[in-house]
Design a protein around this ligand. Structure first.
Ligand code: 13P
Length: 245
């Protein structure tokens, strides 16, 4: 399946900086490249190089109405989004998003015709307690509960160990292989057409480790934070996803 490399700009950027960044991107054959930008910059990012797709970083679980501050999936679609990240660990930890809310956001995205990129992953404490798959089972289970198994095959998953995000310390090849394999098996075991679901890895992916991380079985792309803010780094990671060409 075609690898997806999505840049999560998080709460970074300015009109001037975004223009430089977007102008520095060129689509890489064989890889789907996406930029997930802050809401106010969606309009700006509609002007971007051919072959780069657009995404957002969050979406409301509600369709429309009296929900001050929220942004609906239909609005994202109207601004040209294809993807939306839901359940990023920063939203779970800092903004109180629970497993069920993440499921509802994924459902709202799918209803509108967007593809949710659903993030899962454990904290360091949970890893130290050998609870990695217990946590991921709970996170995935809530999404399946809300979406149903059939619709869940329409999402993209991202395994992002919380301790690897922004730390400069990515998970090891062995750790990623183990969790991605377990997620694939989880999907198979829960009636989700696993072959259709891309599983991205996220957490300190950089140009110098991208090649080995993309080589891990069941890694179908990456969700890139810090390194997506520098065009040269993001391009190098996308080329690595294409097989290093
Ligand atoms: P970093 O690549 O900066 O570690 O961030 C990963 C991430 O959170 C992407 O969603």
């Amino acid at each position: 399946m075609t690898r997806l490399v999505a840049g999560n700009w998080k709460m970074n950027g300015s009109l001037a900086a975004n223009r430089d960044l977007l102008d520095g991107l060129v689509s890489v054959p064989g890889v789907e490249m996406a930029v997930c930008v802050p809401y106010p910059y969606l309009a700006q990012a509609r002007q971007r190089p051919d072959g780069i797709v657009l995404g957002a970083q969050d979406v409301s679980e509600y369709a429309a109405g009296a929900y001050t501050g929220e942004v609906s999936a239909a609005m994202l679609l109207e601004f040209g989004c294809r993807y939306v990240i839901v359940g990023h660990s920063e939203r779970r930890a800092l903004f109180g998003e629970g497993d069920v809310m993440v499921g509802r956001k994924a459902l709202a995205a799918l209803h509108a015709g967007l593809v949710p990129i659903v993030c899962v992953g454990e904290t360091l404490a949970e890893r130290d307690e050998a609870r990695v798959m217990e946590v991921i089972d709970r996170q995935l289970g809530a999404v399946r509960e809300v979406l149903g198994a059939a619709a869940m095959s329409g999402v993209v998953l991202a395994y992002e160990p919380v301790w690897a995000i922004g730390s400069g310390r990515s998970a090891s090849v062995a750790q990623i292989a183990e969790v991605h394999g377990a997620i694939r098996a989880w999907l198979d075991g829960h009636g989700v057409s696993a072959g259709a679901v891309r599983i991205l890895y996220g957490g300190s992916v950089k140009p110098d480790n991208a090649l080995e991380l993309f080589d891990v079985p069941h890694v179908d792309g990456g969700l890139i934070g810090g390194a997506s803010l520098a065009a040269a780094d993001f391009m190098a990671i996308c080329r690595a996803a294409a097989g290093g060409v």
